[in-house]
Design a protein around this ligand. Structure first.
Ligand SMILES: [Zn+2]
Length: 287
């Protein structure tokens, strides 16, 4: 009986490959949940075109964005950690270092470079969150100090783009010492009248906030970046009070005088160029 039996062929399923969207073509915005075409996101400097959510940028992307024509000279790229404490926690630190080097292609959590920004010669240090949370260890500290010294000897403005969870506990006190070392180098820059601008991105916390990230002649934050010393949970447990809405975010910190200005990433390069020209007593750019 044909009524009870399916004599006709079943509808053929579409071949799998045809319905598959290639991976990485679309990105879902964590803030507005809209799907964004990846190329569009790259063109808008990793800022959601719909809600202006700022995605995290790698150090390489940051330098490509800031330097004219995406061209720069890297310095001290060979420095790597010696694991001074021979540290073993839940993970073996040496193995963690190896894995991070493989994942990022960097030797540690920062790239220091020189090049032109809006036609001005500058020194830029950009932190890499993908390398053990952008934490500051001996290598990061030494590279920033050398970059500051380079800025001083060449009398070129210095910019640090922070993106860090703070000091790296696997190098203990050696990491903490970097706070004083970098601050001293920035002090010398200050006395020589060479501008230093700090750019704080999401997240900038711990010993990085407690030292160089807050020492800029101008401290610029990206919108809604988490900036603080201790995390909100630790503070709530200590003071036994509920923290206000938006606590430790750029806009809240601007309102309370912790930072000088909040700048949309798409305006950042132009703002830096304009500000540096003003600080150096130069006229507006001619091009
Ligand atoms: Zn969005």
């Amino acid at each position: 009986m044909a009524w009870f039996k399916k004599t006709r062929q079943r509808i053929a399923k579409a071949p799998k490959a045809a319905s598959k969207i290639p991976e990485g073509l679309w990105v879902k915005c964590p803030s507005c949940a809209q799907a964004i075409y990846n190329k569009e996101l790259i063109a808008s400097q990793q800022v959601c075109p719909k809600c202006a959510h700022h995605f995290r940028m790698s150090a390489l992307e940051r330098l490509s964005m800031l330097f004219d024509l995406g061209a720069w000279t890297e310095h001290d790229s060979g420095l790597r950690s010696t694991d001074p404490l021979n540290f073993k926690g839940t993970k073996v630190y040496r193995q963690q270092l190896e894995a991070s080097m493989k994942a990022t292609g960097l030797k540690d959590a920062i790239i220091c470079a020189t090049g032109l920004l809006e036609g001005l010669p500058v020194v830029v240090a950009a932190m890499e969150y993908g390398f053990i949370g952008g934490s500051m260890n001996v290598v990061v500290g030494e590279k920033i100090t050398r970059a500051a010294e380079r800025a001083l000897s060449d009398r070129q403005p210095f910019i640090i783009v922070s993106c860090s969870g703070g000091a790296r506990m696997m190098e203990g006190a050696f990491s903490l010492m970097q706070m004083a070392k970098i601050s001293a180098a920035l002090g010398r820059l200050d006395r020589a009248g060479v501008p230093y601008i700090s750019v704080l991105t999401d997240p900038t916390t711990g010993g990085v906030t407690a030292s160089f990230a807050m020492l800029g002649d101008l401290n610029i934050a990206e919108p809604k970046a988490l900036i603080g010393f201790a995390g909100p949970r630790v503070i709530e447990e200590t003071i036994r009070q509920k923290l206000p809405e938006g606590f430790q975010r750029s806009e809240f910190l601007l309102e309370h005088g912790m930072i000088d200005v909040v700048v949309d990433r798409r305006e950042l390069k132009a703002t830096l160029g304009r500000t540096l020209r003003m600080m150096l007593g130069l006229g507006p750019a001619t091009t």
